[in-house]
Design a protein around this ligand. Structure first.
Ligand code: NAI
Length: 261
């Protein structure tokens, strides 16, 4: 499988929510590929720990992705200390938020981080990436829940459905931009055993993926030029095929080659 040119030694990656879970696993993997990685996160203790793990390959910056000015300050620092960004992974996320009838503050918090955080990252970093003429990747972390919308955390589901719609729109915009070599990808984790889950469930449940498995799948999906990068293995291949057919029926995957490069 060919290695994407944005994932080659010396390139620069920014990962929001990069201090733990899926984001940290991606940061470590990108570092092993030779990239310089900025982990950007709201949790200072986690940042310190992750920074120590990454060593020289990493720059750790405290950010609140829901705050545009904070993301702009992040971009300034990355530009000054590392250089032009080749890979942006909008991954920071929080759970919960509330059901359809309650908790307006929870809705604002979850939509602010999970959806506006991706908008902020995309709009602050995206124009320079898209206009620079260099190969690039914008990877947005959605969720299976943004597609299946199970009952309960409706605010979370809505935020992730929004990330899906945003990433589709972004993919079209990038594709139609003259000379642009940046592609957008939606990472769609299923149940992944990370901080959010580990805080509630003491042992890794059957069917859950590790963050490293999600990153394996991410690299596999990018290598294949997939737009939707599904992370599921607790379903039969047939069920997965049926799901892909369903998604194709929605004109999303192979039926719309413009979405994948
Ligand atoms: P995690 O809790 O280990 O990582 C999330 C990171 O985001 C944390 O380090 C946290 O400090 C950071 N963060 C939270 N609010 C922030 C803000 N305002 N600004 C900057 N950073 C902030 O969780 P995990 O599981 O690694 O989550 C990563 C992404 O994957 C999230 O977007 C999550 O919604 C998504 N996801 C996770 C699944 C799972 O089962 N763990 C399933 C589907 C999607």
């Amino acid at each position: 499988m060919t290695v994407h040119p944005a994932l080659t030694p010396g390139k620069i990656a920014v990962i929001t929510g990069g201090a733990s879970g899926i984001g940290l696993a991606a940061a470590k993997r990108f570092a092993t590929l030779g990239l310089k990685v900025c982990i950007a996160d709201a949790n200072p203790d986690a940042l310190d720990k992750a920074s120590a793990e990454l060593g020289d390959a990493g720059l750790a910056v405290r950010v609140d992705v829901s705050d545009r000015a904070s993301v702009e300050a992040l971009a300034d620092r990355v530009e000054a200390e590392l250089g032009p960004v080749a890979v942006l992974m909008n991954n920071a996320g929080v759970g919960g938020g509330g059901d359809a009838l309650s908790n307006p503050d929870g809705w604002l918090r979850v939509l602010g981080v999970n959806l506006m955080g991706v908008v902020n990252g995309t709009q602050v970093f995206g124009p320079a990436m898209a206009g620079g003429g260099a190969p690039g990747l914008i990877i947005n972390t959605g969720s299976k829940q943004g597609v299946t919308c199970p009952p309960g955390d409706t605010a979370y589901n809505v935020s992730k459905a929004g990330v899906k719609a945003l990433t589709e729109g972004l993919a079209h915009t990038l594709r139609n931009r003259e000379g642009c070599q940046v592609s957008a990808h939606l990472l769609v984790p299923g149940f992944t055993y990370t901080g959010m889950i580990a805080a509630r469930v003491p042992q890794q449940p059957p069917g859950a993926w590790t963050p490293d498995q999600v990153v394996d799948r991410l690299l596999d999906g990018i290598g294949r030029g997939e737009f939707y990068i599904w992370c599921e293995d607790n379903e039969t291949p047939r069920a997965l095929d049926e799901k892909r057919v369903l998604w194709n029926a929605n004109d999303i995957v192979e039926n719309r080659p413009a979405l994948s490069r």
